[in-house]
Design a protein around this ligand. Structure first.
Ligand code: IVH
Length: 673
């Protein structure tokens, strides 16, 4: 075997360090320093090197987070320390009782409590051996759980390698909770809905469902996060729980930033009450706080009864369910015409908030639960997720109320509603339906789509109802009406300018975002990316035939039909032509350029002002080109810097294509955008 160049080894190590640092900045500290594109570049550079030098791949390389083929079954593992559960308390008296028992068992000792948030997710146990993550397992029955290591490794807020101090090879078990942030949960569900897939009822179900998936690639695409709350290790000098949290943070884990240490139960109770009020300010769901005796020696002395420790309790918040009357069911029209039934409720207070509307999802949901107008229903609320009707109190049903029958016409425009086979939603098929016009523009502007700040629901409403825009392409002509807009009620010049700037900036969004933003039914962000890779321009996509589309692995008949249908509508073609004229990105520059440069042979001559020689060579190679040092008839392109030598003359004689540095730069930069 040839010996590896130490420079390559160093480069791979540095790339790994950089990627891990950026993962931590992004997923744990929420302070990213680089763009997604720059991150992707680092990642693909490492991936490429590892493919070239497979002997350099290590299990803790960031490229190994998503690996392996789908598993058939998860092996069962025994936890080295049992995963206990907590006894629940709901009242101040219960909490005082807990404190009394602790003091009785530890007479005359000073006691400190640590209060932590009680995450509403799924608990997980991680095992690190010699500093490397070796396994991840679910709680199971507390003694034995499922080993789901491949899935766990995809969670970016879980470090693959930890160290207590630089030299030590840490061995420990770490416990914590896997959760989903509410916003990310909602975005994921929206995308599922768009794809016609079944949506999850709440973040916790979604986490549980995701961790059970057999394909780590799908798990990797779900927005899971892990918060550490316990550290077990024989070799670390741990004295208190509070210290463990600090070490977990040092290891790179997310921990509860609001955790507090108190020396009396009154402050604990106050903390609990405070968080009951503040729970909605958090980005994720919690269902209480956990109170733990801080000293590990005291924890050991207190021990456990049955499956719960005597040194900790869960102080739960009051339930966020309530009973109320369902006064009516109204239909809401979404951006692609999806009809969503909404429950109009007799207003009821749930967890401090008045609730008068709740989600009913679709016709099947209503029929399965046999929800009828005038029924007494149970309504549940979690975080900032819209409340939902979860069940009916049948005993309270009036004798004369009829089974709900789904309306046949769109409430906005009167068009007949359609429900495709195997789909749970009804649609309004009139693309000129006023609600759809608004919805499409809102979707165009959304984060993850064209990302136009300042173009939310109320602004869209104003623009559409005042006839400034009728479709997404009109947004790019809006600058012509700047004065009229600024003169409008409660809209100053500054905010109009901000909106126009946001619209202008969106012209730089890559081609796959444009495809996604068009709002073609069943085309989520991921499918849009797949399409952009296969059809490198919108013209190619528009021309794609049924068999062209079906030939792509990720594209099934439902998506194919939806695309064909979208592009057969002349109104959509007109919008796309208008968008093209406005200068939006309508081709996959990376692939197009890659195709242009792949295999071409370059020679550089003269001094390049913007790049060093080596850097220019690397850039050409990255795009699939080759670099040669002498001009011959086998050369495709000569790049000319300042004071070129005799190579220029020779190239001219041979009729070789000549690029100025300016041209070279613009092509390279187009690739980076
Ligand atoms: S400590 C022996 N801390 O609540 C103590 N648990 O019924 C082990 N949970 O299964 C648990 N947040 O899934 C602890 N900050 C937190 C927690 C927490 C949520 C969950 C955990 C556990 C259940 C207890």
């Amino acid at each position: 075997m040839t010996k590896l160049d130490p420079k390559i080894i160093k480069k791979v190590e540095n790339l790994r360090k950089e990627i891990n640092r950026h993962d931590h900045l992004y997923y744990v500290l929420a302070q990213p320093e680089i763009s997604d594109l720059e991150y992707d570049k680092l990642y693909s550079e490492l991936k490429k090197l590892e493919e070239e030098y497979p002997e350099l791949v290590t299990p803790d390389s960031p490229t190994q987070r998503v690996g392996g083929e789908p598993t058939k079954e998860f092996p069962n593992v025994t936890h080295s320390t049992p995963m206990l559960s907590l006894s629940n308390t709901y009242s101040e008296d219960d909490i005082r009782n807990f404190d009394r028992k602790v003091r009785e068992l530890l007479p005359a000792q000073k006691i400190h409590y640590v209060c932590e948030l009680k995450y509403d997710g799924v608990s997980l146990s991680l095992k690190y051996v010699n500093g490397g993550l070796v396994s991840g397992a679910t709680r199971g029955d507390g003694y034995r759980g499922d080993e789901i290591t491949a899935n766990v490794k995809t969670i970016r807020s879980i470090p693959l390698r930890i160290s207590y101090d630089k030299s030590s090879k840490t061995n420990c078990d770490i416990r914590g909770e896997v959760i989903m942030n509410l916003k990310e949960f909602k975005r994921m569900n929206d995308e599922k809905e768009l794809l016609g897939e079944k949506i999850f009822a709440n973040p916790r179900n979604s986490v549980a469902g995701t961790l059970k998936l057999q394909d780590p690639k799908i798990v990797a695409s779900r927005p899971l996060r892990f918060y550490g709350y316990a550290l077990h290790s024989k070799e670390l000098p741990l004295k208190s729980h509070f210290e463990s949290l600090k070490i977990l943070r040092q290891f790179g884990f997310l921990i509860d930033q609001h955790a507090k240490r108190f020396d009396n139960i009154d402050n604990v109770i106050e903390h609990w009450k405070e968080w009951e009020q503040k729970r909605d300010t958090l980005p994720f769901d919690i269902d209480g706080i956990v109170v733990k005796v801080d000293s590990l020696a005291q924890q050991e002395a207190l021990g456990a009864i049955a499956k719960s420790p005597r040194w900790a309790i869960a102080c739960k918040f009051s339930s966020r369910k309530a009973e109320t009357i369902l006064n009516d069911i109204r239909l809401q029209v979404g951006r692609i015409g999806t009809i969503t039934p909404v429950a109009i409720l007799e207003p009821v207070k749930i967890g401090g908030t008045m609730v008068s509307r709740a989600s009913l999802y679709n016709e099947d949901y209503i029929l399965e639960k046999d929800i009828r107008i005038s029924d007494t229903v149970v309504v549940e609320r979690g975080g900032d997720v819209i409340p939902k009707v979860t069940s009916v109190i049948i005993e309270k049903r009036k004798s004369d109320c009829a089974i709900y029958s789904f309306p046949k016409k769109c409430p906005e425009c009167g068009t007949n509603l359609v429900r495709a086979e195997e789909e749970s939603n009804y649609y309004c098929d009139n693309s000129e339906c006023p609600m759809q016009i608004r919805g499409r523009i809102e979707h165009w502007a959304a984060r993850g789509a064209m990302d136009i700040t300042g173009l939310g629901e109320s602004v869209v409403d104003k623009l559409v109802s005042n006839k400034f825009v009728n479709n997404v392409a009109d947004l790019y002509d809006l600058h012509k009406y700047k004065d009229q807009l600024s003169a409008m009620d409660r809209w100053g010049e500054k905010s109009v300018q901000k909106l126009l700037d946001g619209i202008e900036k969106s012209k730089q969004r890559q081609y796959h975002y444009v495809i996604f933003s068009l709002g073609i039914r069943h085309i989520g962000a991921t499918v849009a990316q797949v399409l952009a890779e296969h059809f490198t321009s919108i013209d190619e996509l528009m021309k794609a035939s049924e068999s062209d589309l079906q030939a792509i692995h990720e594209i099934g008949p439902k998506i194919t039909q939806s695309i064909l249908r979208f592009f057969s509508d002349s109104r959509n073609i007109k919008i796309i032509e208008q968008l093209k004229k406005s200068g939006l990105k309508m081709r996959n520059e990376q692939v197009a350029l890659g195709r242009e440069l792949a295999g071409k042979v370059f020679v550089l001559t003269g001094t390049l002002t913007s790049y060093g020689r080596e850097q220019a060579q690397e850039l050409i190679q990255e795009l699939g080109g080759k670099v040669s040092s002498t001009v011959s008839k086998n050369i495709d392109i000569l790049v000319v810097g300042e004071d070129p030598g005799s190579k220029l003359e020779k190239a001219k004689k041979l009729g070789i294509e000549i690029w100025t540095e300016e041209k070279f730069k613009s092509i390279i930069n187009a690739d980076k955008r």
